[in-house]
Ligand binder design. Structure first.
Ligand SMILES: NC(=O)c1ccc[n+]([C@@H]2O[C@H](COP(=O)([O-])OP(=O)(O)OC[C@H]3O[C@@H](n4cnc5c(N)ncnc54)[C@H](OP(=O)(O)O)[C@@H]3O)[C@@H](O)[C@H]2O)c1
Length: 253
């Protein structure tokens, strides 16, 4: 029952058009957490979805959920640190769907330690996934998006990209860098109709957060769907709107 309009209101039965009809979206790290929620949110608004992460059964399960919403879905096993994986994933997407309109660079890892205890291999993997992965995926779709004069690349940074907190040496450095890379992507893309935005969530109730902070009060955490809503808002804005950066603060920050 519509609470704002009477039954005689002309708008009463009108269906809202889907915001992302005929859009093709790649979501890295789409097998769980923020990536899964984003996949489902974008699919509800009409987008067909490509899920790219390493754990095959997780992305396959999310692909099934997307199909249950009536959209097409591909699950492509991808390690975003590896250029060959990323290029194959984008080329399979283009072969099957013909285009890429939206890329959500969401795949990420978080290994927290004080500076004296950061292992070199943890620093390297953090940069390789959180930063190089964003670069490789962006590069793989960027010329295509410029050629079609449309595209939106959303990078998932963090409040740890705004604030260098204790134990966050590698993670914060990678997430600060993602914000700078987003700005360059947006500036290079804008003349060609390609936007880039970065979202900086505070603590979100996902496996990553629970593994690193088992003592969290869950009620204080943002839920993955809240971040997905924000990403949907960004990719649904009018072509003239350029929202470069959004920050979600929570009681834990
Ligand atoms: N949770 C938070 O509090 C929070 C706050 C701010 C920002 N973020 C950011 O949000 C993003 C999503 O994190 P989440 O919290 O949803 O964590 P999550 O539940 O652990 O999900 C991380 C996703 O990234 C994928 N991934 C990790 N390494 C990958 C690789 N090398 N190649 C491809 N995919 C990879 C994982 O899949 P596989 O392991 O199967 O590859 C998984 O699908 C991350 O960038 C994270 O830094 C999280």
């Amino acid at each position: 029952m519509c609470l704002r309009h009477s039954a005689t209101c002309a708008y009463y039965h009108e269906e809202q058009p889907l915001k992302l009809e005929n859009r093709i979206a790649i979501i890295t790290g789409g097998g769980r957490g923020i990536g899964r929620a984003t996949a489902l949110e974008l699919a509800k608004e009409g987008a067909d979805i490509v899920l790219a992460a390493r754990t095959e059964n997780e992305i396959a399960a999310v692909a099934d959920e997307v199909k249950q919403l009536g959209r097409r879905a591909l699950a492509i096993t991808t390690d975003v640190q590896r250029k060959t994986d990323v290029d194959r994933m984008v080329s399979e997407t283009l072969d099957i769907f013909g285009k890429v309109d939206i890329l959500v660079n969401n795949a990420g890892v978080a290994i927290h330690n004080p500076i004296p205890k950061i292992r070199e291999e943890d620093w390297d993997v953090t940069m390789a996934v959180n930063l190089k992965g964003v670069f490789l995926c962006t590069q793989a779709v960027f010329s295509h998006m410029c050629g079609q004069k449309y595209g939106h690349i959303v990078n998932v940074s963090s409040v740890s990209g705004k604030y260098g907190h204790v134990n966050g040496g590698a993670y914060c450095a990678s997430k600060f860098a993602v914000i700078g890379f987003t700005e360059t992507t947006n500036n290079e893309g804008r003349p060609h109709g390609v936007k880039s935005s970065v979202v900086c969530p505070g603590p979100v109730d996902t496996k990553m957060r629970r593994d690193n902070h088992p003592d969290d009060v869950i009620e204080h955490l943002t839920q993955p769907e809240d971040v997905a809503d924000l990403i949907l808002f960004l990719v649904s804005q009018s072509p003239r709107a350029h929202t470069l950066e959004t920050v979600i603060r929570t009681p834990l920050m």
